[in-house]
Write a protein that binds this ligand. Structure first.
Ligand SMILES: Cc1cc2nc3c(=O)[nH]c(=O)nc-3n(C[C@H](O)[C@H](O)[C@H](O)COP(=O)(O)OP(=O)(O)OC[C@H]3O[C@@H](n4cnc5c(N)ncnc54)[C@H](O)[C@@H]3O)c2cc1C
Length: 386
């Protein structure tokens, strides 16, 4: 097995490294989960797009540069290494876009992909409903057929950055005679105008990261339906497989965190418990293991073996690793861990406590880890349902 990068891949790394080092904002942007920070992040996304770095693996026709998936992973490593701003468009470019590539019409690709990659059209995810989180198939929002389109009615919740986005995608019951996974349709809908009310929800850290969406006879035209009417579950599963599999959380993110953890340990080694050294090494090894596992997944995909239910194991691995890594950082910091971004004395501008709070959500979003373990038990290990 040859684990070396090719000359082309190394040249690609050098090119994106040099662009990122020259262009990443010197000061970190305010949180992308605040209105002000979101707008600044979108400006950054435009700059990325205009230089051809927004969605490197997409076809050129839709704003990409036709890089290979290996090159995309390299880009991500470089992106996180220089602490470039988080991608506030991620639920569109990393989750919806692969679904549109697979199920969308050519007209939808033309209409949606480029504006989304440039940050001109931001699209949130709207799966969850007040009583349908883990059990998404119990959702109750409906779409009623009318001339030229559909009238959407219902309530969606926990929509990340839904308070700032232009549109959202979600599932709606289009055939009332069917239940659970059947008779559902995958629709894109606007978040402004008649028939929709968006209410921002503050997170634990105070950022307005979520929104509740209330829809009442909101009209969407037929061109906003992705995939076949009444076959929305199949389309949605493509989106969740991107979320748990390759695209939402690339290894570069965790490698960069592990590298910063090592740096933190070096700075605090005189004052912190020496036993933490082993946890720091474990964090680094976990990130490296995830990196090589992901390269293998890409190789499998390119040789015709899709990720499938194993993406659930992937999701459990990165989310729990992220919690452990941040817990180790907080232990290294001791009492100083409480200082947040508002304090001049906070280590690394309070990034560890903020990162820890967000890491705690990892085992919940993208399908809780309990559910992922159920999926892995049944579909990967072939165990009977409990
Ligand atoms: C940071 C963050 C971002 C999010 N972003 C979005 C978004 O953009 N769009 C969106 O639609 N949603 C989003 N969500 C919502 C997320 O998808 C749900 O929180 C998740 O699916 C769980 O649903 P729930 O909160 O209703 O919990 P529930 O489904 O009520 O689960 C409660 C607990 O019971 C456990 N449980 C439930 N069923 C079983 C079972 N069969 N076996 C074992 N244990 C079980 C769960 O694991 C969990 O621990 C986000 C959540 C977070 C934390």
């Amino acid at each position: 097995m040859n684990l070396d990068f090719s000359a082309q891949e190394s040249a690609f790394r050098a090119e994106c490294r040099s662009w990122l080092e020259a262009n990443v904002p010197k000061e970190s942007l305010p949180s992308g989960d605040t209105r002000e920070g979101y707008a600044l992040h979108l400006e950054w996304e435009r700059k990325l797009f205009d230089a051809g770095w927004s969605c490197v693996s997409w076809p050129k026709a839709y704003g990409g540069r036709e890089a290979s998936l290996y090159e995309w992973l390299i880009f991500e490593e470089e992106y996180y290494r220089v602490r470039a701003p988080s991608r506030v468009t991620q639920n569109g470019i990393f989750l919806l876009a692969p679904t549109i590539f697979e199920f969308g019409t050519e007209a939808q690709k033309q209409r949606i992909l480029k504006p989304m990659a440039r940050g001109d059209l931001s699209i949130a995810q709207a799966w969850s409903e007040p009583n349908s989180g883990s059990d998404l198939a119990s959702l109750r929002s409906t779409a009623k057929r009318v001339d030229g389109g559909w009238l959407l009615t219902g309530q969606k919740t926990w929509s990340t950055r839904g308070a700032f986005s232009d549109m959202a995608y979600g599932l709606f019951r289009t055939d009332p005679s069917k239940s659970r996974h059947h008779g559902l349709t995958y629709c894109l809908f606007p978040l402004t105008g008649e028939g929709v009310t968006v209410r921002g929800v503050d997170r634990l850290d105070g950022d307005e990261g979520f929104a509740e969406l209330f829809l009442e006879d909101l009209f969407v035209p037929d061109e906003n339906v992705i995939g076949e009417v009444n076959k929305g579950w199949e389309v949605a599963m493509a989106t969740t497989s991107s979320e748990r599999g390759l695209s939402l959380r690339s290894p570069g993110r965790f490698m960069a965190t592990a590298t910063r953890l090592i740096d933190l340990y070096r700075r605090y080694r005189e004052t912190c418990d020496p036993a933490l050294r082993d946890q720091v090494i474990d964090a680094w090894m976990g990130a490296e293991a995830y990196r090589w596992y992901t390269f293998k997944s890409v190789t499998d995909m390119l040789t015709g073996k899709p990720i499938g239910a194993e993406s659930s194991l992937n999701k459990v691995f990165w989310s729990e690793m992220d919690v452990r890594t941040h817990e180790t950082a907080l232990s290294i910091l001791g009492q100083a861990q409480c200082l947040d971004e508002g304090s001049a004395d906070a280590a690394d501008e309070g990034a560890w406590i903020k990162g820890f709070q967000f890491a705690l959500a990892g085992p919940i979003y993208a399908g809780t880890n309990e559910i992922q373990r159920n999926i892995a038990a049944q579909r990967v290990l072939g165990l009977p349902r409990g």
